[in-house]
Design a protein around this ligand. Structure first.
Ligand code: SF4
Ligand code: SF4
Length: 193
């Protein structure tokens, strides 16, 4: 069962990539030469299916890399809790980023895949939200009269559907996930095998 869902998740990730590439091409945007690294942005994630898929990647890492990631994740959570308790937004490098590169790139979560380019999302009630993209993309697009945008709506729907398929009927009794990647690493996979 997880394999079927994970295959569908990989297909969804590919569709996200295609949309991202299209908007990036239309705006002439790339990450090449960026002086920043947005892997220190503070994100929380909301699905067990992505969490489990990420863990599948983590389990395939060399043991010494995995140990280092877990150690970094522990430090991340400690610093994050300190920052939040003191009213600061955490600005901490993701434990999976080694020397500027994501070592679990193929297993990174949705928000890592959509961050960067301008995007939009329409909620079920019809209310739309716009996301301007990262600072560099904003510089690239602010002079445009029409800014191309990646529409996140169908990706969110499809991910919610995959989450239901993965978790099953017990989903109605479970709390919503709201965790950083570091917390997902420290917790272990969402369901024990
Ligand atoms: S998404 Fe934007 S901020 Fe992040 S690395 Fe790319 S150019 Fe830099
Ligand atoms: S999972 Fe990878 S892409 Fe996402 S924040 Fe961490 S290092 Fe960056």
């Amino acid at each position: 069962m997880p394999r079927v869902v994970f295959n569908k998740l990989e297909k969804l990730y590919q569709e996200m990539q295609n949309s991202y590439d299209q908007v990036a091409a239309e705006t002439g945007f790339t990450c090449d030469g960026c002086p920043d690294n947005c892997c220190n942005s503070f994100f929380r994630h909301h699905t067990r299916v992505e969490w489990a898929y990420f863990w599948k990647g983590l389990e395939q890492c060399r043991p010494e890399i995995r140990r280092e990631i877990v150690e970094r994740a522990g430090e991340y959570v400690e610093q994050m809790n300190t920052d939040l308790s003191q009213g600061r937004d955490p600005l901490i490098m993701c434990p999976v980023n080694f020397d500027g590169w994501c070592v679990l790139y193929h297993h990174r979560l949705m928000i890592c895949r959509l961050h960067g380019v301008p995007s939009t999302h329409t909620a079920p009630g019809g209310r739309s939200r716009e996301f301007p993209g990262c600072f560099r993309c904003r510089e690239k697009t602010e002079h445009l009269s029409h800014v191309p945008r990646l529409d996140r709506t169908r990706f969110y729907h499809q991910l919610a559907w995959l989450e239901q398929s993965y978790v099953g009927p017990k989903i109605v009794k479970m709390d919503r996930v709201n965790m950083t990647l570091a917390e997902m690493i420290m917790h272990g996979p969402p369901f024990k095998q």
